[in-house]
Design a protein around this ligand. Structure first.
Ligand code: MLT
Length: 311
């Protein structure tokens, strides 16, 4: 009897592949390359992706046998869930697998943008000993504005509290009392923009959040503000951010995500005040192992026709 086919379209941890074991025919493709990816979908029962593969209506139509799409990560913004549901395809993810890693990457970028770590590192490796140029700011007594106090936003708040900061947040879905238990004051977006010395984004990408921090919002912030985005590219409008930094209306930014990825060329890269990483929030051995094993288990259950519990 033919084994069910699982197409792995991005890197999956060894532990995840081990969970799939010998019960399936595991095929690999490059999900970011449409000319490879679309033909590879024929005859596939399950598809495993991370964030670089667009599982849109065209992809789902190219996979008539598909029964489950599994995303080894938190968000689902690169999967057309409506198109999948219409085609009777189950969509699963690993919603807690990388939240600690994402929170830690956020802290890294907040500190890196406060202390010019990356810029000073690059300069010194280039033979330049520049101490005053890279004078930074402390976090102590600063106001940190968290946009989105979900699972990752909450871990970021917990990790920042010992720095002696004041925590404020914008989250239209969380009861203020729940935020207060975490030592965070919920405020309208406008107030967070006005008060924060650092703004960190932890919102999902959706119609409502794309461009949420645009030109108008970046005219309301303190000129000393530093903006960090480890969530999704496009929530902070890149053109508006570039203009705000150029015009001295924003002091700096730490960006892990971009509106189009991979992003290897951006006007933001020209600015010394901007530190960037290539979507590394979830890229730790621990997070990848958790994401890989969680989605592999879900795929096994789904293909066996069994109930798939929340990971
Ligand atoms: C996520 O949504 O969990 C991450 O963006 C996944 C990834 O790094 O590919």
């Amino acid at each position: 009897m033919n084994k069910p086919v699982v197409l792995v379209a991005e890197e999956l941890s060894e532990a995840g592949l081990a969970v799939l074991g010998a019960d399936f025919e595991v095929r690999h493709t490059d999900g970011a390359d449409r000319s490879q990816f679309l033909p590879a979908l024929a005859g596939v029962d399950a598809l495993i992706v991370r964030s670089a593969t667009q599982v849109d209506a065209e992809a789902i139509a190219a996979a008539p046998k598909l029964r489950v799409v599994a995303r080894a990560g938190v968000g689902l913004d690169n999967v057309d869930v409506d198109a999948a549901t219409k085609a009777g395809v189950m969509v699963v993810n690993a919603p807690t697998s990388n939240i600690t890693s994402a929170a830690e990457q956020t802290i890294a970028l907040i500190l890196a943008s406060a202390r010019n770590t990356a810029q000073a590192h690059a300069a010194l490796k280039n033979g330049e000993w520049k101490r005053s140029k890279y004078t930074g700011v402390e976090l102590d007594e600063k106001v940190i504005g968290i946009l989105g106090l979900g699972k990752i936003g909450q871990l970021v708040a917990q990790r920042l509290a010992p720095f002696g900061v004041e925590l404020i947040a914008y989250d239209p879905y969380l009861p203020p009392a729940r935020a207060a238990q975490m030592g965070v004051k919920l405020l309208p977006l406008e107030e967070v923009l006005k008060q924060a010395d650092f703004i960190t984004v932890h919102l999902p990408k959706s119609k409502e959040t794309v461009g949420l921090i645009g030109d108008r919002e970046l005219h309301q912030v303190k000129p000393s503000v530093r903006i960090v985005n480890v969530a999704r590219g496009g929530i902070v409008d890149e053109g508006a951010l570039y203009a705000a930094i150029k015009e001295g209306r924003v002091a700096g930014a730490g960006l892990d995500v971009f509106s189009k990825e991979p992003c290897t060329d951006s006007p933001l890269f020209e600015l010394d005040q901007v530190v960037v990483t290539p979507h590394l929030g979830a890229s730790t051995h621990e997070a990848q192992e958790k994401a890989g094993t969680q989605v592999a288990r879900s795929v096994k259950l789904a293909l066996a026709g069994e109930f798939v519990p929340d990971a």
